[in-house]
Design a protein around this ligand. Structure first.
Ligand code: GLU
Length: 552
């Protein structure tokens, strides 16, 4: 009776009963094996690549099993909240190919029958269940001030025993209910703690879907479930939300693994079925031979915005993350070069149990493979979209020359071994600048790259002769025959063996002659097919470049 009075005093608002909510949120009617999972960020405004990685695992598992992937906003720590963060989260996930079936759809809007999907709007629900725990003697008010808690901790440290609020150190655990009522009536401040049923000598065994069998001492701490601002702690909100939203699998960062004993205990105390858990290894970076967490402060690649700015297509990042999630992805990709990544079955038991290594070099490689398989028109669209935000000059040049650019992006693309020139859009400028006089004319002789065997004067004299014999209107084979004929005339070998056996008889190889032509047109030694470049440039520009080169 008096516990009921205490509970009513602690939770003064008109509340429903737990039964009301259990009925309001029935189990979803989904097919056997369908997973209900969530992405549950705090709205801090910073999109960490680790968030996309965790969300991708959840999203793939939900949609592979015809289940539900929902967005829940964990905003019980209101100090950290940033405006616009919810919309930003949704847009980021959308950009990485993920759509939520349920949950928040904007700062103030949501869809689905299991809401509210924002923890700050679920206060009544948390209070309903916390009140029930108080009534049942499974939770109680704690009136300790921060100073008192500190004193307890210091004493424990001095005595070298486990710090915390538990057992004999839990001052208000066995406080008489009547006394507690008096304190509350006197207006004293309090928080709500769980009366932990755990025993120090007991262990909890659990099978984590990634970590495998894990075993921990039972939780004995009387953890806080409702804070002084009336909002729940992560632990309490997690148990209530994932139970009422019928999450089948809690797939979250491994930093939560050590709290698992608390969470299992809360599910039990509240009378809820435990969900499956999978604790995802943290994304690590290798540095000077050791591994460390990707840091928001030190590593620009920890921010999702980095990939957009650099111009990595989202699908490249997705494919790379799939590589980290399941190392079998790479072989699958080799066997299914043209398949949509959605066809790859993500599996939790194939995940590495320890830190996932993030390697930007590998991402770049994956991205080159992704981009080289895109059609030229797709590359064009992606590039224009990127340049619009990040390279206005290129945007203007490229869109003014759309037809030419599509030809440029198509060079050496359609054969069995398409060129892999770009891993990200900010690399395009340097690889195609020479098609535009506006950029090419800014170069000086210092920028000219030549084959190692040639100096600028040799190259100029080759071009002087070549300009006289050059035919624009020929097919590729004839073009090359003519180039060879000139090479011979100028004293260059066309046969490597011959050259190798008597190098002193030649000025160099035919490749040097081609290299000079390449240098005159592009100032670079490594370009796509020279004949095609010349055809795209057109005769006028080619001849103009020859003249410029001679006068350089
Ligand atoms: N809000 C928690 C976080 O951002 C969510 C963890 C979870 O998925 O349960 O770390």
């Amino acid at each position: 009776m008096s516990r009921e009075k205490l509970a009513n005093l602690m939770f003064k608002d008109e509340l429903k009963t737990p039964g009301y909510y259990l009925e309001k949120y029935p189990k979803r009617n989904l097919k056997e094996g369908a997973r209900v999972v969530r992405y549950a960020p705090s709205p801090t405004g910073f999109q960490h690549i680790g968030g996309v990685y965790a969300a991708l695992i959840n999203e793939r598992l939900a949609h592979q099993s015809e289940g539900i992937f929902y967005l829940r906003i964990e905003d019980t720590d209101q100090k950290r909240e940033v405006e616009g963060a919810i919309e930003d989260t949704i847009a980021t996930m959308h950009n990485f190919g993920m759509e939520f079936d349920e949950g928040m759809t904007g700062e103030e809007t949501s869809k689905g029958n299991y809401g509210p999907y924002r923890q700050s709007e679920r206060k009544e629900i948390y209070h309903t269940f916390a009140k029930k725990l108080v009534e049942d003697g499974l939770a109680y008010p704690c009136f300790c001030t921060p100073e008192e808690l500190n004193e307890i901790r210091e004493k424990q440290m001095a005595e070298k025993i486990t710090p915390g609020y538990y057992g004999e150190y839990a001052v208000y655990r066995n406080f008489p209910v009547e006394e507690a009522i008096k304190k509350i009536e006197n207006g004293e401040e309090y928080i709500v703690r769980l009366k932990s049923p755990g025993k120090e000598e007991n262990r909890v065994e659990f099978h984590d879907l990634i970590k495998g069998d894990v075993s921990f001492p039972e939780n004995v701490q009387d953890i806080v479930i409702i804070k002084s601002d009336g909002l729940p702690t992560y632990h309490f909100a997690h148990a209530i939300d994932d139970a009422l939203m019928h999450t089948t699998d809690v797939i979250r960062g491994e930093e939560w693994l050590s709290s698992l004993p608390i969470h299992l205990q809360l599910f039990d105390v509240l009378g809820f079925d435990r969900p499956n858990y999978a604790h995802v290894p943290t994304i690590m970076k290798s540095e000077n031979g050791s591994k460390r967490k990707l840091s928001k402060r030190k590593d620009p690649e920890s921010a999702v915005s980095y990939y957009r700015e650099e111009g990595y297509p989202a699908v490249s990042v997705i494919e790379y993350l799939l590589n980290i999630i399941n190392s079998t992805f790479e072989d699958w990709r080799t066997e299914n070069p043209d398949a949509d990544y959605h066809e790859f079955p993500v599996s939790l038991d194939k995940m590495s149990k320890s830190g996932a290594l993030f390697d930007i070099v590998k991402l770049h490689d994956v991205s080159k493979n992704v981009i080289c398989k895109m059609k030229a028109t797709v590359v064009y669209d992606y590039y224009v979209a990127w340049a619009k935000d990040f390279d206005k000059e290129m945007f203007d040049l490229v869109t003014k020359n759309e037809a030419m650019m599509k030809e440029v992006f198509n060079i050496d693309k359609e054969g069995p071994k398409p060129r892999k020139d770009f891993g990200k859009w900010n690399e395009v400028r340097e690889k195609i600048f020479y098609f535009f006089d506006e950029l090419f004319n800014l170069e000086t002789s210092e920028n000219v790259e030549l084959p190692k065997t040639l100096n600028l004067e040799d190259a100029k004299s080759i071009i002087e002769s070549y300009a006289k014999v050059y035919n624009f209107n020929t097919d590729q084979e004839t073009w090359f025959e003519e180039l060879k004929a000139l090479a011979i005339e100028l004293g260059y070998a066309t046969n490597r063996k011959e050259y190798k056996s008597n190098p002193e008889n030649f000025k160099g190889m035919v490749s040097d002659v081609a290299g000079a032509v390449r240098a005159a047109l592009t100032h670079r030694t490594n370009t796509p097919d020279l004949y095609t470049i010349m055809q795209i440039m057109g005769e006028e520009k080619v001849r103009d470049r020859f003249n410029k080169f001679i006068n350089l």
